[in-house]
Design a protein around this ligand. Sequence first.
Ligand code: RRO
Length: 308
Amino acid sequence: MFLKDAGLSVDLAGLRLINPTMLASGILGYSVEPLAEIAKRGCGGVVTKSVCLKPRIGYANPTIVEAGVGLINAMGLPNPGIDEYAEELSEMKSTLPIPVVASVFGFSAAEYVAVSKKAVRAGVDGVELNVSCPHVRDTGSELGQDPLLLSKVVRAVKTAVDKPVLVKLTPNVTSVVELARTAERDGADALTIMNTVKAMAIDVETGMPILANQVGGLSGPAIKPIAVRHVFDVYETVEIPILGCGGIGDWRDAVEFLLAGASAVQIGTAVAMRGVGVFGEVVRGIRKYMRKKGLRSVGEIVGLSHRR
Ligand code: RRO
């Protein structure tokens, strides 16, 4: 398989990635074909778009605005509902040669459990709890920013499924470290750090917010240093693996996250902006970097910037 190399592989809480890259949730729609293409192009694993119990239409257009330094989105968690999506998940599992993680959300702990169980029954390799979408009421960061509510969700899902449970944290809080500790204590197998940063854009001609939802979440290059900082801080306080996510566009960005303490990275906005070639570029760059530095495995890079 493309870019398969023992030194690049990562065992992430039981998920066996052929290299340390994953597609971040929210990109590339719901169908199998584009995912098969990114697997061919070197992506090590896929996180699907977020899915809940019942179908949701999401917000009206415009749902995305280009902000110069990245994208601001407010999609509103559109999805077909887990019953319909389960078929797609099964097909992904039978088609893709790389791990498939379902991003799930709900409006209560019980709903997170129900969706996670259905996703696992459909065959996925793990679930990622979206407790961090910054602009939908009664779910996402409204649950994930409160340690008590976060705890309830993580515990409930962990007791209900026997696959790795990743928890995607929000940066829109005073202490990401506190949330990370909470998730780890309640059984999270890995943490994805981080979801988008609260943001908005206003059209100076009309004088009005551009997004139909008015406010949204910023992704892309502008948020990379924020994400690196959160990964660095969390790495010092938890034992479970971290997936770095936020503004990764090239191999240097990916290596920066590994040095900060991420075991692997998720790439989203760069795929949307520049296409699927980004995975191959990142993986080849990491491999070159390892050769230059005399490193035999990706794991040797993880957390290196914490040397004192
Ligand atoms: O659907 C969205 O609007 C959305 C989600 Br689920 C998320 O997790 N993060 C984000 O910025 N937008």
